[in-house]
Write a protein that binds this ligand. Structure first.
Ligand SMILES: [Zn+2]
Length: 321
């Protein structure tokens, strides 16, 4: 993985390349942009480029000890922290450890790199502690905060850091990458690109979760009459995936009803069924179902009985379908 492998983030990548080649490095960066667009990969690659033993300037060799150790997460001078679980926050002890280590000389790196992924999930105490470090930046270390919500960071942290922005890819762009680099056919590439909203990382996660098999079984049950949506046999870790598919389905029907162009449909291969459903279902029903699916996402984030939340959703969708 080199800078050349990072897709669709040209402005962020060329900014970082030029910072390295002109030796104008900031002591703190904030990589800001939606989830799944390559911020973490870019941060790791930046750390590699700063420390590669063989390559000149910003390219990386992937062969030297430094590159290898970073690839295997074994480099003593490069550390990444992130919230322990989804929806959790960065642990204050982790931040304190960084603050303690960051002023020490590197063991072997030219630049130590500390990456905090999910920085918006830092509690006040942690953010305050970090702020002190930014006020007296260490000479041999670089801090990279990764966030999908810049506004959630302390203003004082943002103003002391160099913000690098990342954007979702255009849908056509991501479809192109999926067909060319991942050898997917047109229809799966279309579905993944649209379902992920232009976030390649998210598209890859869907693909790795075997989304097409699960989608096929879900499609079978939502096209049956009378509808009998039942999540009893769905694994807990797949709930979000199923919600994503459901949401795309009912949004497609709504979009068809309001006359959006076909290209914007996620489930392009099911156009005929979507079109029939659009004639059959009312705006009220669709809006209601969509808002129920959206709230179920929020319930899953909280500490509720997830299985119950899903079966309530199933009942609501069945009713009035
Ligand atoms: Zn190297």
């Amino acid at each position: 993985m080199s800078f050349a492998d990072l897709k669709g983030q040209d402005s962020a990548v060329s900014f970082l390349k030029s910072a390295i080649s002109n030796n104008r490095l900031s002591h703190a960066y904030i990589f800001s942009g939606p989830d799944g667009v390559g911020k973490r990969l870019t941060a790791i690659n930046f750390a590699k480029a700063l420390n590669c033993e063989r390559a000149s300037s910003y390219e990386v060799c992937e062969m030297c000890l430094s590159c290898k150790k970073i690839n295997e997460s074994l480099h003593p001078d490069i550390s990444i922290i992130s919230p322990q679980k989804e929806g959790g926050s960065i642990k204050i002890e982790d931040v304190r450890q960084i603050i303690k280590d960051i002023y020490l000389k590197p063991f072997e790196a030219r630049k130590k790199v500390y990456i905090i992924d999910g920085a918006q999930d830092m509690k006040h105490e942690a953010a305050n502690a970090l702020l002190k470090t930014l006020e007296e930046p260490p000479a041999d270390s670089i801090l990279i905060l990764i966030t999908e919500n810049l506004k959630a960071l302390f203003h004082t942290i943002v103003s002391r850091s160099q913000v690098v922005r990342f954007f979702p890819l255009k849908l056509k762009e991501i479809e192109g990458i999926l067909t060319k680099e991942y050898l997917l056919d047109g229809t799966p590439a279309h579905i993944l690109a649209h379902l992920s909203g232009g976030r390649l990382g998210e598209a890859m996660r869907f693909k790795d979760d075997d989304i097409f098999t699960k989608r096929a079984s879900l499609m079978k049950s939502i096209s049956s009459r009378p509808l009998n949506l039942d999540f009893d046999n769905v694994r807990k870790e797949d709930f979000r995936l199923y919600l994503n598919i459901l949401l795309s389905w009912y949004r497609d029907i709504l979009n068809m009803k309001v006359g959006l162009e076909d290209y914007m449909l996620v489930n392009i291969d099911k156009k005929d069924i979507i079109s029939n459903e659009a004639r059959r279902m009312s705006f009220e029903y669709l809006e209601d179902v969509i808002s129920n699916i959206v709230s179920t996402f929020t319930y899953l984030d909280r500490n509720v009985n997830q299985k119950l939340a899903m079966s309530v959703l199933g009942i609501k969708i069945n009713r009035g379908s």
